[in-house]
Structure formats: C-alpha cells, structure tokens
Design a protein around this ligand. Sequence first.
Ligand code: ADE
Length: 236
Amino acid sequence: MKKICYIVAMQAEAQPFIEKYGIKEKEGFFSPLPCKLYKGSINGCTLYVVLNGQQHGSDLVGCEAAAIATLSAIQKLSPDIIINSGTCGAFQAHGADIAEVYIGNGAMFHDRRVPGDDAWGTQSIGNYAVWEGSLRMAESLYMKTGKVTTGSSLDMQPCDLDMIQTHGGQLKDMEGAAVGFVCSLFDIPIVYVKSVTDLCDSGAETFEEFSRNLSKACEALRAANEKVIEYLTNIQ
Ligand code: ADE
C-alpha cells in the first residue's frame, strides 16, 4: 500500500496521530471545500490525513461532510486505500468498553427507513464491504471487529436500535457508511478503525459520556492507528 488516506471527522480524533507522525497541513488544498489535508511519509509510503473541516466554528461531523471529503480525497489524491478512523458508540451488552478500538467488518446506515421492495431497502441500508484483509489484520493486531452502523444523530431512537439489532450492528457512528458508499463507487478498499467514547446501552446521556471520554478514546485511536499504519505499509 503506497498511498494511505485517512478520512477523519474531528480534529480531536486525528490530532494525536498528526502529532505522532509530525505530518504537516497543506493549506488550501481542497479550497473552496472545508476539508483539510495533512501529508507526510512513513516507511516509504505516503500518508494522507483528510479532515472534514469546519463550518460555523465547529468540526463537520456527519455523512454529507464525510462523503464530500472522501470524494475529493479519492479524486485528488488517488489513494490505494481509505481508512475511516474516529470515535463511536458501542454496546456493553456486546462486551464493549470505553476506549476499546475496533476494526470494522462492514458498514451500513441505521436511520434510513425506506419502505418498498428489496432493491430500495438494500440500497438505502448500504451494507458496504470492507477491505478484504481487514479481519486478518484485526486478528494479527489483537483487535476486536464489529459492524459499523451510521446515522445522522448522536442520540439513538428506538427505531435506530431496532435497525442496529436486526442487522447485527455493533459500532454506532455518524460517517462510516457514507465513506464506505463513496469508496464503493470507486472500488477503493476501506478499513474502519473506531474507538469507543460511549456505551449506547449504559443509560448515560450520550453527549456527556462522549465528551468525558473523548480524549482517552482518541489516545487509544492513535495507538491503534500506529499499528494499522505499520501493518499496511508493510504490504506490497
Ligand atoms: N460518535 C461517538 N459516539 C457516537 C454515538 N453514540 N453515535 C454516533 N456517533 C458517535
């Protein structure tokens, strides 16, 4: 893998590994889009980190910004692989814990309720495949795997939970399936690296739990991404 490109929603999620690798921002690269590019090289490979960027003074989380960032990154950088890295909610009923890092084994949307025949339903849910080496990598790095489910809200409504449970979802985020959708159009392999900030079945208020655990989860994300980058840069 010669060109590895991260897509990350929040600066806080990327900052620990931006600092670790000393990669530098290429200002204005995606102008007029808000996305930000950091570029460096590691083990003879090019490492790109693309952030969704900001609007109205806060980081652009969510599917629209993630899709734009992914599309622009693929068109302008031609990466060999995309890594969508960030934080997520997970379920203590599945044995998840705060700051545990998972490798995604698939991605789908959990808040698209489109009635109709199978074709509509299948298309709206998504169910995007991950890079074929994801499970082997997770096993060799001693990391858990789980299915990423994506929606446009931080909270979880009963209908979201219903969809997550029906489809065996384990990790709840706001970007993963949107990044997977764009990768599927270009046939670019995707890896998900997701660190848990909150437990959707803990009964706690999600934003408070997310905020309290954000820096711990992002530190764990940095450590996991170092292993992932080491692994991928050793693949021809
Ligand atoms: N990112 C971190 N925690 C999340 C949650 N519970 N839902 C959606 N996105 C998240």
